[in-house]
Design a protein around this ligand. Structure first.
Ligand code: UDX
Length: 442
């Protein structure tokens, strides 16, 4: 089938490439002409494992193309996907300007019967609004129907998730439209759940809010574990064995970041507020996450007093491993506070440095090797659980002036750190002091 995808960010580009991979003819449209020129040459504008190979393969097969012209992209397309951004406004609500502009463009450009599929995460009721906008702006009496088809892709595993996700959600007003989108997705071999539009929109927010709740919950348990002498890693294993709870998203740390959880939790609080509902639980989740981002800073202050003149190694900047994305990453707040407190920050990240240079405080010194950050450092903060960090030689910490390690992602086992000469502070576990064998396996 011939399809068009508007917007070539993470969601749009991965969607377009994967739809081409299952045999459709896809044109990806973006108003950024420079970006389109690059993609036409096979250059992927984002870091996403496996995306470049799949994109080039499908371009070579003649199933995938790029354009900055809506007219060209929509020509002959039976389905148009909207995958443009819905950035957060100051009040936490989603900015729908771009999505609405695309709806108007589709209404004014489409020449044949079209299904408009919304991939972007939009507040409940938006698709109905888009349908109205389209109906008002249509130039001819052709049928244009809006369908909600939210994505659940994780950055860094987006290609894998496209082919191995748990479900595809299709929210439609008519069985005919739902069936057509189901047909398009059939080759993915993933369970398809068809529902009404507003429920589909809510499924996306509710899923992300629930996962964020699990994270904030385990982080609070971690903070209590530290105080009562329990080990959150073991607590999470024990909890996860109950199938009603499940083991995923029970990894304690310095809080969630990224393009979805922070934005979607705040947007859902807004959505609830708009209908006079106080979503107290989710407000708690957001507050806990805000607090959790500071725990390493508080611990460090407790150990070294103030940051003035201290060399601090920061290992990992991306909001999670296997991505170069720094959006809402704990590293933003942490490096800012360190620098404002007078510290010299030496930062290492295997992939995200280019983005970090654009996002973080300009006083940060970036290093290409872990050891250069650690050498003569007064303390090291681990902010992302990159495999390069988890698998590093523990002996490298010995080159620090003070081997104090604050691990925000529990990268090392306590037993492992007992063997080292390091003061090791992690999340929700006992402190290992200077290699003194005071930690026992419970
Ligand atoms: C998430 C959802 O998983 C995806 O379905 C949705 O479409 C977009 O948002 P993503 O933001 O790419 O995907 O990352 P994810 O792997 O879910 O992690 C989000 C954040 O939670 C990261 O900052 C991660 O470090 C944190 N996290 C995750 C934890 O702190 N503990 C966990 O147990 C899991």
């Amino acid at each position: 089938m011939k399809l068009a995808v508007v917007g070539t960010g993470y969601v749009g580009l991965v969607t377009g490439v994967c739809l081409a991979e299952i045999g459709h003819h896809v044109t990806c449209i973006d108003i950024d002409e420079m970006k389109v020129e690059k993609m036409k040459k096979g250059i992927v504008p984002i870091y996403e494992p496996g995306l470049s190979e799949l994109m080039n393969k499908n371009m070579a097969a003649g199933r995938l193309s790029f354009t900055s012209s809506h007219n060209e992209g929509f020509a002959g397309a039976e389905v148009v996907y909207i995958a443009v951004g819905t950035p957060q406004k100051d009040d936490g609500s989603a900015n729908l300007t771009y999505v609405e502009q695309v709806a108007v463009t589709i209404a004014k450009t489409a020449k044949n019967e079209t299904i408009v599929v919304t991939k972007s995460t939009v507040p409940v009721g938006t698709n109905d609004r888009l349908q109205t906008i389209i109906n008002q702006n249509k130039l001819s009496p052709i049928k244009i129907e809006v369908v909600s088809n939210p994505e659940f892709l994780r950055e860094g595993s987006a290609i894998y998730d496209s082919f191995h996700g748990n479900r595809i959600i299709i929210g439609a007003n008519t069985e005919e439209a739902a069936q057509k989108i189901a047909e398009i997705n059939k080759p993915f071999g993933i369970f398809i759940y068809k529902t009404d539009i507003r429920s589909a929109e809510m499924i996306k927010y509710a899923s992300n809010a629930f996962l964020a709740t699990k994270i904030s919950f385990i982080n609070e348990i971690a903070n209590i574990c530290e105080r009562v002498g329990a080990d959150v890693e073991k607590v999470a294993v024990g909890m996860g064995l109950d199938q009603r709870i499940g083991s995923a998203f029970l990894k304690a740390g310095i809080g969630y970041g990224g393009s979805c959880f922070p934005k979607d939790t705040k947007a859902l609080i807004q959505i609830a507020g708009n209908v006079e509902y106080d979503f107290e639980l989710l407000k708690g989740v957001v507050n806990v996450n805000r607090k959790q981002q500071r725990i390493l800073l508080n611990k460090l202050r407790g150990i070294v007093g103030n940051f003035e003149g201290k060399k601090i190694a920061v290992l990992g900047l991306a909001f999670k491993p296997d991505t170069d994305d720094l959006r809402e990453a704990p590293s933003i707040l942490i490096t800012n506070e360190l620098i404002n407190g007078g510290a010299q920050v030496y930062a290492y990240d295997p992939i995200a440095i280019e983005n970090a240079k654009k996002t973080l405080n300009s006083s940060i010194i970036y290093v290409e090797k872990l050891e250069d950050a650690l050498e003569k450092a007064d303390a090291a903060l681990i902010l992302t659980e990159w495999s390069e960090i988890k698998n590093m030689e523990i002996s490298l910490f010995k080159t620090m002036k003070n081997p104090i390690v604050l691990d925000g992602r529990n990268c090392f086992s306590l037993v492992q750190m007992q063997e080292s000469n390091v003061d090791y502070h992690s999340v929700g576990r006992r402190v290992v002091r200077n290699g003194i064998k005071e930690v026992t396996e419970w």
